[in-house]
Design a protein. Structure first.
Length: 571
């Protein structure tokens, strides 16, 4: 019955009635289990939130709402609630302190509202709190009194409303005496909600852009459900994943398709386990049967448990997001019985996957085999297919391929070849047996964790320094088979700029640059960090030059810059 339903709204209601008391989302932190959510509660609370969006907050079907909540019950309910209202959810990512990354997304998507946690540890809250104005009267002309406030910014003129989500009572900017979820539980049963069509957009997934800003991948109700039902591996067991809800890797496809169980950390209060050993304890305590882990985490666990055997062995670990290494095979028999090596992208969905149960199957860069319904080929710079074993550009054909970026026609133009192959931007090769090996990004991009970083992003940040006249960032290969970023900078005349000063300016441009220090919050139940924990793009070196070398056509000579940067890195 569930596999015949065509919209996410129908599926959420179906599971709420078919398996009302199943424990499907278990939220944990370093201390233990925090809460458990059932399909009935998910359906009820998300529908009530959807009703508030449409009938009290003044949003309309098709409006884009950015969600800045971390993984938590509140994030689950609001994400699903946005979709239940017929609106479109996009992740609210804020890395830069001036909000440049978020403002670009908001303008492109024409966001009408944003959901933010009331916490000084939250980058979205730190960005938006100076912009909040007053409580919004709801559509009935009364004060909503539930966290809805006006905001105003020239950076995104259509973004005029913020929904503040709290877990504890707070004093500013509103007098909120109940937690967000308790207020939802007290709301009347929802008024009639609109019914979406299968072809309506439900979610905008963000992916890295060559301009340094996110590109938006629209996914319809139909596309999400078709993709979800094509993955049989998520059907049974208890699956641990810390991937963010708002990104494709963390979106609850498995729940929509099979009412599957997900175990994840509640990050709202900042008490989640952070070390690999503590995360392993969480997985064991919850008796998980599989887990999603990036290769770096697996390598940390291998190093930890080579000296001290673990208390349990996981049946399976799913890993992707970075080029894989042969050394990951050490995990087999030590912390897991099987590795699932996968290769995917936001634009193409799942492309390759293979079950690895012996060290002989694992080699550097191994990324599985193309899954059913997916074609993959490797081409040279002229678009000609190369022989097996030779590396080149990775192209994909799949029923999961996106049709176009959301309201980004210029970005879409370079997305496909004339005969319909998706240009992934990755390099790799295929062996004679049809196995795929991914080397990573090609061109001016590197991987940091599972995040693709284009050189234009740090370029844009460095160019904001008043002492920088010109800047160009290049990708420098290293002896460890990895690539790093090096900035080539021409200072302004008479500037006393140094590498140390510019690096300090650069790092302080990110929310994640300041170490956290605890201070008492307005609630006796939590300790709130003074600064948000964030992500800083790793810049290995800054090289100062009198001028940037140019080609005969007057463009920056990236090849010459790469030679200069490589020598500077070695020196």
């Amino acid at each position: 019955m569930a596999d015949s339903l065509q919209t996410i709204q129908e599926v959420v209601r179906f599971w709420g009635e078919d398996k009302p008391e199943a424990e499907v989302f278990t939220f944990v932190n370093k201390h233990g289990r925090v809460s458990v959510y059932t399909p009935r509660e998910i359906a009820r609370l998300s529908s009530r939130f959807a009703s508030l969006l449409l009938h009290s907050y003044g949003f309309s079907v098709g409006d884009v709402i950015a969600n800045g909540l971390p993984n938590s019950p509140e994030r689950l309910i609001t994400d699903v609630g946005i979709i239940m209202a017929g609106c479109i959810m996009v992740n609210c990512q804020v890395l830069e302190k001036d909000g440049s990354d978020l403002w670009n997304t908001a303008r492109v998507a024409k966001c009408k509202g944003v959901i933010i946690p009331v916490s000084s540890a939250s980058a979205p809250y730190c960005l938006f709190s100076p912009l909040l104005q007053s409580s919004c009267p709801d559509a009935r002309g009364t004060q909503a009194g539930d966290g809805l406030v006006y905001l105003s910014t020239n950076n995104a003129p259509e973004l005029t409303k913020a929904i503040l989500v709290n877990r504890f009572s707070v004093d500013e900017p509103l007098q909120i005496q109940q937690s967000f979820l308790n207020r939802l539980r007290a709301v009347d049963e929802p008024e009639d909600l609109p019914s979406s069509k299968p072809e309506d957009v439900a979610v905008l997934f963000a992916t890295s852009g060559s301009s340094g800003f996110c590109k938006l991948v629209p996914r319809t109700h139909e596309e999400i459900l078709v993709a979800a039902r094509s993955f049989q591996g998520g059907k049974d067991g208890r699956y641990f994943s810390d991937r963010p809800f708002g990104w494709m890797g963390g979106f609850p496809f498995d729940y929509l398709a099979y009412c599957s169980v997900r175990v994840l950390q509640d990050q709202f209060a900042g008490e989640q386990a952070r070390t690999c050993r503590d995360i392993w304890s969480v997985i064991g305590r919850e008796k998980c049967t599989a887990a999603a882990m990036v290769p770096v985490t697996i390598e940390e666990l291998i190093r930890h448990f080579e000296a001290e055997k673990p208390e349990f062995v996981l049946p399976a670990i799913v890993t992707s997001g970075q080029p894989l290494r042969e050394t990951l095979s050490k995990a087999l028999g030590l912390i897991t019985h099987a590795l699932v090596a996968a290769y995917s992208s936001t634009e193409a969905g799942m492309v390759c996957a293979s079950l690895v149960t012996s060290a002989a199957q694992m080699a550097d860069f191994f990324s599985g085999r193309p899954i059913p319904g997916v074609q993959l080929k490797i081409v040279d710079e002229d678009g000609n297919e190369v022989p097996r074993g030779k590396d080149g550009q990775v192209l994909v054909k799949s029923f999961r391929n996106l049709q176009s970026y959301y309201r980004q026609p210029e970005e879409t133009k370079a997305l496909f070849t004339q005969d319909g192959w998706l240009l992934t931007g990755d390099r790799g090769w295929m062996d004679e047996s049809g196995n795929f090996y991914c080397l990573g990004r090609s061109g001016d991009a590197v991987l940091q964790g599972s995040v693709v970083i284009y050189s234009s992003w740090p370029e844009g940040i460095l160019s904001k320094c008043p002492d920088v006249a010109q800047v160009s960032v290049v990708v420098v290969p290293t002896t460890s088979k990895e690539s790093v970023l090096c900035a080539c900078v021409v200072p302004t005349l008479d500037s006393d700029l140094t590498e140390e000063k510019l690096m300090k300016f650069y790092r302080e441009s990110f929310f994640g640059s300041t170490p956290m220090a605890a201070e008492p919050s307005s609630s006796s139940h939590e300790t709130t960090p003074k600064q948000p924990r964030g992500f800083v793009i790793d810049l290995k070196k800054i090289l100062f030059l009198d001028d940037l070398p140019k080609t005969q056509t007057g463009k920056v000579n990236k090849k010459e810059l790469l030679n200069l940067a490589s020598k500077a890195m070695l020196g």
